[in-house]
Design a protein around this ligand. Structure first.
Ligand SMILES: Nc1ncnc2c1ncn2[C@@H]1O[C@H](COP(=O)(O)OP(=O)(O)OP(=O)(O)O)[C@@H](O)[C@H]1O
Length: 309
């Protein structure tokens, strides 16, 4: 897949006062993907989104949105983007319908009640169209933010921390909404510091730390490449030490010799050190076990390793 919808080249951002929030950011977002930008607090996620959306001026670099430079062709670039901010702004007494219709008007688009209707229906807000925002639940308010961002028919949707501080049920509901949008052809870029969210949602994951993109990778490939697995064998008889034939850095003993732990990442098989080899060696040594357990390292382990580095 190589059909970029956003191309970011050499972006630097130094805020007044000298703080460098973005450093040499190069990033390409592919049409139709869900891209999760993962990073700890203060890493530069919101700054990066704000630069792409034209809300913050970069110190250096360029951003192309569907081929349009977001400075020299600002309007063309901006109208392709919907931005869902973290917080609802103060239109508490306005109705859902008016709020969403007004947002469309801000982009200079002619009114299109049929489009607003379809957006509200797709977000399960149609029944609430005449309600004032103040009367809505937290989940509905979040969906109104998405409806506003979709009111002008953007092809790209930025979601800044879409589920920060919401409960598990609502988080799942939001994920479903986002998936449906992607299925309808909208490219999604979301920022999060919830690893689970990136793991659950993303096609690709970018990790940002101290204003630098430290990794961009297909999620599955990332899990395969950096993830490791652990096999624990619960032995019938404890071992004081590993026999010479099993003395290998990937093998260790714990629980006073009752557990044999094998850490592997898929490369061992090629080197002739895989699980079948291990089991044959155990049999040869007369070591028996009563149970086993495997565990795969999660994106969380990978992420913690990356931002600690
Ligand atoms: N207007 C500003 N002036 C000066 N510094 C700023 C400004 N906006 C943000 N920063 C700093 O830039 C850094 C990155 O902030 P940013 O909001 O982009 O991070 P973030 O990754 O979105 O964090 P969070 O997850 O907490 O929202 C932070 O150290 C922040 O204090």
């Amino acid at each position: 897949m190589n059909d970029p919808i956003i191309t970011i080249n050499g972006l630097n951002k130094t805020y007044k006062g000298g703080f460098q929030a973005l450093s040499h950011v190069d990033l390409t977002i592919q049409r139709g993907e869900i891209f999760a930008l993962l990073g700890p607090n203060g890493a530069g996620k919101t700054t990066l989104i704000s630069v792409v959306c034209g809300l913050v001026t970069p110190s250096e670099g360029e951003v192309l949105v569907d081929g349009y430079d977001n400075v020299t062709d600002y309007r063309q670039a901006r109208e392709r983007i919907g931005l869902v901010p973290q917080e609802l702004t103060n239109e508490a007494f306005e109705t859902v319908w008016n709020t969403v219709s007004f947002s469309r008007g801000l982009f200079g688009k002619a009114p299109d009640p049929a489009h607003i209707e379809s957006v509200l229906k797709s977000l399960a807000l149609w029944e609430k169209r005449d309600n004032r925002l103040i009367t809505l639940s937290g989940g509905m308010k979040r969906r109104v933010l998405i409806a506003k961002a979709l009111s002008h028919e953007p092809r790209i949707l930025f979601l800044d921390e879409p589920t920060a501080g919401v409960d598990v049920e609502l988080r799942r509901e939001m994920w479903q909404v986002v998936r449906e949008l992607r299925d309808n052809g909208v490219t999604i870029i979301l920022t999060t510091h919830y690893i689970e969210e990136a793991e659950e949602m993303a096609d690709r994951i970018g990790v940002i730390n101290n204003g630098e993109i430290v990794l961009v990778e297909d999620k599955q490939a990332l899990m395969r490449k950096l993830g490791s697995k652990q096999l624990t064998l619960y032995l019938n008889e404890p071992l004081e030490a590993l026999p010479a034939s099993l003395d290998h850095p990937e093998l260790s003993l714990s629980a006073e010799g009752y557990e044999l732990i094998y850490t592997y990442d898929g490369h061992q098989e090629e080197d002739g050190h895989g699980i079948p080899t291990l089991l044959t060696a155990l049999e040869r040594e007369g070591i028996t076990f009563k149970d086993l357990h495997t565990r795969q390292s999660s994106l969380e382990d990978i992420f913690v390793d990356l931002v600690r580095a």
